[in-house]
Design a protein. Structure first.
Ligand code: IMP
Length: 504
């Protein structure tokens, strides 16, 4: 006879937090949101700790290098999408790892043969007064000199005067080697009273410029997530099919952690993938697995060697898995079950395997609920797709700014490897849709506003850390009518365009 799970499957919207006692120390500024990303033994520290418990979904519409950098600056981490060639994915990882905070890759580069008139036109377009001169005018070409507004007199010099005649040649420019860190670069700027400092490779090619005004990146990103070499931390998605070719390229490119991207993780395919990674890399390569929705699935992946386990089937905003296949489970119920299994596993084995709640977060308060229910960190797709830094273009739909957002199982992404059932060919049905999400500006503003809400709610629960939240949170199920009571009701809203559905 089939197994019936007791009770019903609940979603985040069916729960609320009941406030607990908060002392005067419980203020948002005192809240610490650090969270373990990968497994660790009792009494030890995890190899990677997030400063913000958010990771971005392994999706074409979400996790490219630009978003990865912006999220790492806010203390979270991206998993670059795997539905592209291994070489392209590795290139994106390299782009994040080689990004130097505070080093600006110039978009107004000159060649020695350009005229003053052309320089003036470029300056008008970009508003940059310092322009590097490179051999071929390319951003990373061999540096030949620099032109600043001190090098010419626009009204007196002839318009056809060549850059080579008035630039400050590289021999007279103070430059720093590519090995310099930002704090050393800033010291050079201050000691030499410079406005900008070109950073160059050993062969003389230009890396970028550090500007005086960008003086302390760490001061403006106090939460940033860096590796031991002060590079941004970034992860990469893999599948259960081409791991033997893909993983070595990603590891070599510097990926800090991998994650098997699959709609269903309780499978021999995942165990084989994890075994291959352990055989070839031991514990040095960190890899998460999933997705599962119950204790049995968690234990299977934990025993198979996963560094973290992802929870969630069918709850993603673009997901139609439940409609297509009738599999899945309410995200809240799944999460509560799996987190209990994680704690039991920790008690039995002394190994803590972090749990990631993946998909289905609509409101900011859902994030706090998921963390209160036991999630160590959250994976979000729709949420990040809305920001400037996500890979898709901003478009105007019916007079409103939107960003495109499509599922990995949609016909657009064609990521059939995440639905691996051992066949050679793609499945003949889709499990995701192609859609728009309301544009939400820069990631930094959005994340900081969400984090403030999480911190404030944690204070209402008397919790200053995520562990305390898990311990102290008091949750209650709500009835259908109390959902109505919880929104604005029985009033006539003054602004008809007030966002109700997408308020985060
Ligand atoms: P969201 O944050 O609710 O938008 O959910 C994002 C999550 O949905 C991802 O992290 C994946 O686990 C899942 N997902 C991505 N693409 C698809 C799809 O095409 N079908 C079903 N689930 C998907």
């Amino acid at each position: 006879m089939a197994t019936f799970f007791p009770g019903v499957s609940h979603t985040f919207s069916e729960y609320l937090l009941v406030p607990g006692y908060s002392s005067s120390e419980c203020i948002p500024a005192n809240v610490d949101l650090k969270a373990p990303l990968v497994k660790f033994r009792r009494g030890e520290e995890p190899a990677i700790t997030l400063n913000t418990p958010m990771v971005s979904a392994i999706m074409q519409a979400v996790s490219g290098p630009r978003l990865a950098i912006a999220l790492a600056q806010e203390g979270g981490m991206s998993f670059i999408y795997g539905s592209q060639t291994a070489e392209d994915e590795a290139r994106m990882i390299r782009e994040v790892k080689s990004y130097k905070a505070g080093v600006v890759v110039s978009d107004s580069n000159l060649t020695p043969d350009m005229t003053l008139a052309e320089v003036m036109r470029l300056k008008e377009q970009t508003h940059h007064s310092a322009m590097p001169v490179t051999e071929n005018g390319a951003p990373h070409g061999k540096l030949l000199g620099i032109v600043t507004s001190r090098d010419y007199r626009p009204s007196r010099d002839p318009q056809d005067k060549l850059v080579r005649e008035f630039m400050t040649p590289v021999e007279k420019v103070i430059v720093a080697p590519a090995t310099v860190n930002l704090s050393e670069a800033n010291d050079i700027i201050w000691e030499n009273k410079l406005n900008q400092l070109p950073i160059v490779e050993e062969d003389g090619s230009l890396v970028g410029l550090v500007f005086r005004k960008d003086y302390d990146s760490h001061k403006s990103n106090p939460n940033e997530l860096l590796d031991a070499s002060k590079r941004y931390v970034v992860g990469a998605g893999i599948n259960t099919r081409d791991y033997a070719e893909r993983v070595p390229l990603l590891v070599e490119a510097g990926a800090d952690a991998l994650c098997i991207d699959s709609s269903e993780g309780y499978s021999e395919w995942q165990a084989r993938t994890l075994a291959w990674i352990r055989e070839n890399y031991g514990d040095s390569v960190k890899v998460g697995a999933g997705n599962v929705v119950d204790a049995e699935g968690f234990r299977f992946l934990a025993d198979a060697g996963a560094d973290f386990v992802k929870v969630g089937i069918g709850g993603g905003s673009i997901c139609i898995t439940r409609e297509q296949k009738g599999i899945g489970r309410g995200q809240a119920s799944a999460l509560i079950d799996v987190c209990e299994a994680r704690d039991q596993y920790f008690e039995e084995t002394g190994v803590y395997v972090p749990v990631c709640s993946d998909g289905g977060i609509v409101y900011d308060y859902h994030m706090t609920l998921a963390l209160a229910m036991g999630a160590d960190f959250l994976m979000l797709g729709r949420y990040f797709a809305r920001f400037d830094e996500s890979p898709s273009e901003r478009v105007t739909v019916n007079g409103s700014y939107m960003k495109e957002y499509w599922g990995e199982g949609s016909a657009r992404a064609r990521n059939w490897a995440r639905y691996d059932l051992g066949g050679d060919k793609k499945l003949s049905f889709v499990e995701g849709v192609d859609s728009y999400v309301p544009y939400a500006g820069p990631l930094r503003d959005g994340v900081q506003s969400s984090l403030l809400k999480i911190r404030s709610t944690m204070c209402n629960c008397g919790a200053l850390t995520l562990d305390e939240l898990k311990e102290k949170a008091r949750l209650t199920l709500v009835s259908a009518t109390s959902l109505v009571e919880g929104g604005a009701h029985d009033v006539v809203l003054k602004e008809t365009n007030q966002q109700v559905l997408f308020n985060n």
